[in-house]
Design a protein around this ligand. Structure first.
Ligand SMILES: Cc1ncc(COP(=O)(O)O)c(C=O)c1O
Length: 441
């Protein structure tokens, strides 16, 4: 048998194993054994899991199967990663084929063809002006690379302007920018970070106040600021949206001051109804640098040609996992080719249906649901007063009832629905709202 035949045989064996797992559907553990494993994980990492989620690896579509065999509708998606849900056979097959390659990991010195294919596909569909790409592993990695190349192009200016309540990752520099002092306890401040309030729908003067704050920072400190980093839809803050008109005057102000505009699309990538929130809001003309992650199954930094860094500034051993690169690329192809994007795409349809469910839920439980926000496959709402404690307790109640959700914001917090728009059926969506309604009672 030559290598090619062995290879094909290996693939068949893997596909058979998947088919068998699906038909048997047997849970690997019983409940006490799963609890024991979770307790062991908590001990090893020194912190318990948020809720008792231990996946079996046998999930299907929008439903994850816990290791003990219980099914849970997954509206948390690994914090927005698994757009196509669990066990998507197209992605599984792509993964198997890529797994059979000669390398598990690829690097920046030596790479295989998946490296090229992913970059090319990304740039083909990227907002106008994005002509360069650098791949990396996590969202924070891409952001670190972005910060370095921006500072290099701005003669080492150290400072950053960011939005209040922003989240940009947990590496040293990203934790310094992220507006959560409780996430950097014990960390020294090493560069200037100045904050501008994000859009507040409830305040008619919101846009003017933010623009005023930005102007004041630029007046005071403009020549020390390299970049304005923005989430076009705030993610960890609780899926907070803002209109195009909110951003444009601020971006124009930054342009005049030579401040680079950087869209952190780690969370928004492929979830707003367009591939890029930059395009949804028609802001491509203003944005110089974009970072991506999550749904991409790895991360990437896209930038204008004139931002190309000097050799040596960004690199690193790894550029990605071979399987993740192949699957990331297939995900983009599916999003574009299978009707998910655009005003009448699947994401928008699910957004409308979910908003209708939220309205019904709100009518059924008067005064308990408020602050509905978000766009596309990222929607959020507040339950009761939104206190952190009650929101977390509500999410845990939903998990026990069969629905995995996560929260955003701090205090007040909100429930975030990460819609598995790549597989969610309307019955499953209705099922999720039945659980929400029962858990409100
Ligand atoms: C907007 C944004 N930027 C960066 C990150 C960091 O990504 P990662 O956790 O992959 O490092 C996140 C993660 O939630 C994010 O939402």
């Amino acid at each position: 048998m030559d290598f090619g035949e062995k290879f094909e045989r290996g693939l068949r064996l893997m596909m058979d194993a998947i088919a068998e797992a699906e038909s048997n559907g047997r849970a690997p553990l019983d409940s006490p054994a799963m609890q024991a494993e979770l307790a062991e994980i908590a001990r090893l990492r020194g912190r318990p899991a948020f809720y008792p989620y231990l996946g079996s690896g046998l999930g299907r579509g929008a439903r994850a199967m816990m290791a003990e065999g219980r099914w849970v509708l997954d509206f948390a998606l690994g914090v927005g990663v698994h757009f196509f849900g669990h066990g998507n056979l197209d992605l599984v097959e792509t993964a198997i084929r890529a797994a059979a390659s000669d390398l598990v990991m690829q690097g920046n010195l030596l790479f295989n063809r998946e490296y090229h294919a992913l970059m090319k596909t990304l740039l083909e569909h990227a907002p106008r002006g994005m002509e360069r790409c650098w791949l990396s592993l996590s969202g924070a990695d891409a952001n670190e690379n972005a910060l370095k190349l921006i500072r290099q192009k701005r003669d080492g200016r150290p400072g950053v302007i960011a939005f209040r309540h922003c989240f940009h990752g947990r590496t040293t520099a990203m934790a310094e920018i992220t507006d959560r002092p409780d996430y950097r306890i014990g960390q020294p401040a090493t560069f200037p970070v100045e904050y501008v309030p994000f859009y507040d729908r409830a305040d008619p003067d919101s846009a003017a106040k933010s623009l005023g704050a930005l102007r004041e920072i630029i007046r005071r400190n403009g020549d020390r600021i390299a970049t304005f980093i923005v989430e076009l839809v705030q993610g960890e803050a609780g899926f907070v949206t803002a209109p195009r008109e909110f951003f444009v005057p601020m971006f124009e102000e930054c342009r005049r001051a030579g401040i680079v505009i950087w869209a952190d699309e780690v969370q928004t990538f492929a979830r707003t109804g367009e591939l890029f929130a930059t395009d949804l809001l028609k802001l491509a003309d203003y944005i110089d640098v974009i970072t991506l992650g999550k749904i991409l199954q790895g991360s990437a930094l896209l930038y204008r040609k004139d931002f190309t860094p000097d050799p040596g500034l960004i690199s690193g051993t790894f550029s990605g996992v071979t399987v993740a690169m192949a699957v990331g690329r297939r995900i983009i192809e599916k999003l574009i080719g299978e009707g998910y994007l655009g005003p009448s795409g699947r994401i928008k349809t699910l957004e409308h249906l979910t908003r209708e469910h939220l309205e019904r839920l709100s009518r059924k439980h008067p005064g308990r649901i408020s602050h509905v926000d978000g766009v596309g496959a990222m929607l959020a709402f507040r339950v009761d007063d939104g206190s952190l404690e009650r929101t977390r307790a509500f999410i845990r109640r939903c998990f026990d009832a069969g629905l995995a959700l996560y929260y955003g914001g701090h205090d007040p917090a909100c429930i975030r629905l990460f819609l598995p728009a790549g597989c969610l059926t309307e019955d499953e969506l209705a099922g999720a709202f039945d659980i929400l309604s029962r858990c409100l009672e």
